[in-house]
Design a protein around this ligand. Structure first.
Ligand code: HXC
Length: 270
């Protein structure tokens, strides 16, 4: 599969892993409206190829990373100076849709954080399923230093990652976490010495995902997102529905058959 050229994104597919690189290094990959529009189109294109019922899964995982020394240094501060309060509301809501589009992709998305992930950049990373980082990465929500508040999901997702206490401290102070502290805080799952190692590590994880049932992985992702923050009994009810859904898939029939036959499964992907 091929993607069109985007003004601010690079795309690359290798072994069913799509890498999306935000490519505006002169502005530290700040999320201008052009970047947001490109992300919308790119995520739509991935979603389109994955929402078919022919069992073909040309993409089994996505990596989002940044070009140069930043992952994403936030919303575009220059562009925000011209916004009215109503424009700002529309901008925030539009960015929220981008985060929801990432959550709705039926494959795992890894944020490979190579450098600064600040404000909207940290929020973009947190919209992904897993955050991996290079030792050069740093994270923060410095909105209060600009007289702003998070507008791309940080008030909701940061406490989910690091707990309410640390999230409050970070959101009140704008203090940055280096990669090691971000890992100890639970924001980052795996830490790598170099950016090359980081991308290799993300690829390896997604290669492991690609050996599993695509239908089951999609269902796990959907269940995790649907149950996040729910009371236990409501979450368990959703899990039981997912378990029912899994039993109606050809992947379940193949996975259990192959186990009992002592063979490698060949998943139909539906
Ligand atoms: C626009 C940005 C930018 C941003 C950096 N640049 N961040 N432009 N929006 N968020 C530009 C700089 O203006 C500069 O352009 C070039 O990128 C290089 O940046 P420098 O500051 O010279 O680099 P450095 O000294 O290495 O400092 C790196 C930095 C700093 C610490 C990351 O750039 C910084 O603090 N950036 C802002 C981070 C931030 O506050 N983010 C949150 C934004 S609010 P020129 O033309 O001078 O070379 C937000 C709200 C989200 O994200 C909610 C949305 C709805």
């Amino acid at each position: 599969m091929q993607f069109p050229a985007y003004a601010t994104l690079l795309t690359d597919i290798r072994d069913t892993v799509l890498t999306i690189t935000v490519n505006r290094p002169d502005a530290l990959n700040a999320l201008s409206s052009r970047v947001i529009e490109d992300l919308e189109h790119c995520l739509d294109a991935v979603s389109d190829v994955l929402t078919n019922d022919d069992g073909a899964w040309p993409v089994r995982g996505v990596i989002i990373t940044g070009a140069g020394k930043a992952f994403v240094a936030g919303a575009d501060i220059r562009e925000m100076t011209a916004m009215s309060p109503d424009d700002a509301h529309a901008y925030s809501s539009r960015m929220h849709q981008v985060t929801l589009a990432i959550e709705q992709l039926p494959v795992p998305v890894i944020a490979a954080v190579n450098g600064f992930a600040l404000g909207g950049g940290c929020e973009l990373a947190m919209a992904c399923d897993v955050i991996y980082a290079a030792s050069t990465a740093s994270f923060g929500q410095p909105e209060v230093s600009l007289g702003l508040v998070p507008g791309f999901g940080g008030s909701v997702r940061l406490p989910q990652y690091v707990g309410p206490g640390l999230a409050r401290e970070l959101l009140f102070t704008g203090r940055r976490l280096d990669a090691g502290e971000a890992q100890r805080a639970g924001l980052v799952t795996a830490l790598f010495d170099t950016v090359d190692d980081l991308l290799d590590g993300a690829h390896s994880t997604l290669a492991l995902v690609a050996r599993q049932s695509p239908a089951a992985v999609a269902l796990v992702k959907r269940t995790l997102i649907a149950t996040l923050g729910l009371p236990t009994d409501e979450g368990l009810a959703i899990e039981a529905e997912s378990f029912r859904t899994a039993f109606a898939t050809e992947d379940k029939a193949e996975g259990t058959r192959a186990f009992l036959a002592k063979e490698h499964p060949s998943f139909p992907g539906r």
